[in-house]
Design a protein around this ligand. Structure first.
Ligand SMILES: Cc1cc2nc3c(=O)[nH]c(=O)nc-3n(C[C@H](O)[C@H](O)[C@H](O)COP(=O)(O)OP(=O)(O)OC[C@H]3O[C@@H](n4cnc5c(N)ncnc54)[C@H](O)[C@@H]3O)c2cc1C
Length: 441
């Protein structure tokens, strides 16, 4: 039986550990924090169930959904409300893709913009089908370091569609507007986010909790060193009882890039340009509970940068799944845009609550005077900014990594920052490591 150490009990590390252990390996997971999930986090506040980190997933999350089924949790999968909201001229317009005959009449876009949008979609359909959002190295050649998603979308669809559809779609999928995104993200998001939206009853943390329950996870164990030797790996870590070393046949690193490079410098040495230019996505999520239901039936409410440069996106959680708020109540989550988060990080929770309430209650006046709960979560390392040129650099990093070593990298570095990328790259790390150990047995 091979012995493997997995660093990090986030979704990618836990997925790798689960696949390794069902593949016959003896696996220990070392996690610096006190709980499983990493960026996946569900908190309960009274009768409110709050996903403070990732929120949305689509029917196209093939690996993630298969993992949920393998864990016996398929009964928890649910469809969210199909309605999508768009903020235009200071109000929310509900768009229901389940009623396609109404789409030509939606005031979300002008008639001319709808025609431009259809023309652009027909023109780009082959490219959209070719881009795999969760494995962007295949599409790195399409990434133009000199051309932003905003410029690309304006050429393809015209200004109105670029500003009111593509820009908020980039905010939903990258953490900032189209001016800061790669043009490949436009193609990827149009393909990936055309599927219906799904969720997990009880909160997304149920999946990572279930994975952790089936594994040997040691919490409060911070890995400081991963040494790849000719005969195995040696992991240095510390916990409350002191410094330790653990020898194993292989290792999967599921920590984020900046943490992974500290313990395993081979990662930064493989392609220094990647680390030099890397910018992190920083977000703050503010979730507010209200003792009234919103008029909007939408789950995601897209916010174009031109409407509000500070508010990235809004999720109406009670329209995601009925269990997120008590009957007749609403749970609304709003995020800061990456470009403003630094200037918001020092604000108190109360100041952030008031900022969020001002925007939400301006859009949903039926909620004024009904606020009863608030949760603020700061994410100074929410992900990696997929700016123009990012996918070329990420693809070069992937090509430069040693393929025959005993150390594999999981995480969401090589696909759009998402639970699907984390699952996919966790599984890939496990498969490659099992193959390597088999070949060298
Ligand atoms: C606010 C927010 C909103 C998001 N929205 C969405 C969304 O709507 N849909 C979607 O699909 N995705 C979304 N994401 C992205 C998604 O959460 C991530 O892509 C995914 O969870 C990454 O999982 P991971 O395992 O790769 O990394 P992480 O979850 O970051 O896990 C890494 C783990 O490694 C541990 N670790 C780090 N260093 C060490 C060390 N030295 N020793 C031991 N352990 C260590 C960390 O404590 C952590 O638990 C969002 C993320 C955030 C923050």
């Amino acid at each position: 039986m091979s012995s493997i150490v997995v660093v990090g009990a986030g979704l990618s590390g836990l997925t790798a550990a689960y696949r390794l252990s069902t593949g016959g390996a003896d696996v220990v997971v070392l996690e610096a924090g006190p709980r499983p999930g990493g960026r996946v986090d569900t908190e309960t506040h009274g009768a409110y169930v709050v996903d403070t980190g990732p929120d949305a997933l689509t029917a196209g999350y093939a690996r993630y959904l298969r993992l949920v089924e393998d864990l016996g949790l398929q009964h928890r999968l649910a469809d969210t409300a199909a309605v999508i909201g768009l903020v235009r001229d200071g109000r929310i317009i509900d768009v229901d893709p389940g009623k396609p005959w109404r789409l030509p009449f939606t005031p979300a876009l002008s008639f001319a913009a709808k025609i431009r949008m259809l023309g652009g979609l027909v023109h780009a359909r082959k490219a959209i089908a070719e881009v795999d959002s969760y494995e962007m190295s295949c599409s790195a050649a399409r990434d133009d370091p000199e051309r932003s998603a905003a410029e690309f979308a304006t050429d393809l669809f015209g200004t109105e569609v670029a500003d009111y559809l593509i820009d908020p779609l980039m905010r939903l999928t990258t953490g900032s507007g189209a001016a800061n995104a790669s043009c490949v993200n436009v193609l990827g998001a149009l393909g990936a986010w055309s599927s219906s939206l799904k969720t997990v009853r009880g909160g997304l943390g149920i999946v990572t909790d279930e994975l952790a329950d089936r594994l040997d996870v040691r919490y409060g164990a911070t890995v400081t060193r991963v040494d790849d030797t000719a005969t195995g790996v040696v992991i240095g870590y510390h916990d409350e009882s002191g410094e330790h070393e653990m020898a194993a046949d292989g290792c999967v690193i599921g920590a984020m890039y900046h943490q992974a490079t500290e313990m395993w410098p081979t990662l930064s040495a493989a392609c220094p340009a990647f680390g030099d230019k890397l910018r992190n996505v920083k977000l703050i999520s503010v979730s507010l509970g209200y003792s009234a239901h919103t008029a909007t039936r939408a789950y995601p409410v897209l916010v174009p940068t031109t409407e509000n440069p500070e508010a990235l996106l809004i999720f109406m959680q009670h329209n995601k799944c009925a269990d997120r708020a008590p009957d007749g109540h609403s749970l609304v989550t709003i995020y800061t845009d990456t470009t403003v988060t630094d200037s918001f990080l020092d604000r108190t929770d109360r100041e952030l609550e008031l900022w969020a309430a001002g925007i939400i209650e301006g859009l949903c006046p039926e909620l004024v005077g009904r606020r009863e709960m608030s949760v603020v979560t700061r994410w100074p390392m929410a992900g990696y900014l997929a700016d123009p040129g990012f996918w070329r650099r990420s693809s070069r990093l992937l090509e430069s990594l040693p393929t025959d070593g005993r150390v594999k990298v999981a995480g969401d570095l090589f696909g759009a920052g998402s639970m699907e990328s984390a699952t996919r790259w966790g599984e890939r790390a496990a498969e490659e490591l099992l193959r390597h150990l088999d070949d060298h047995r």
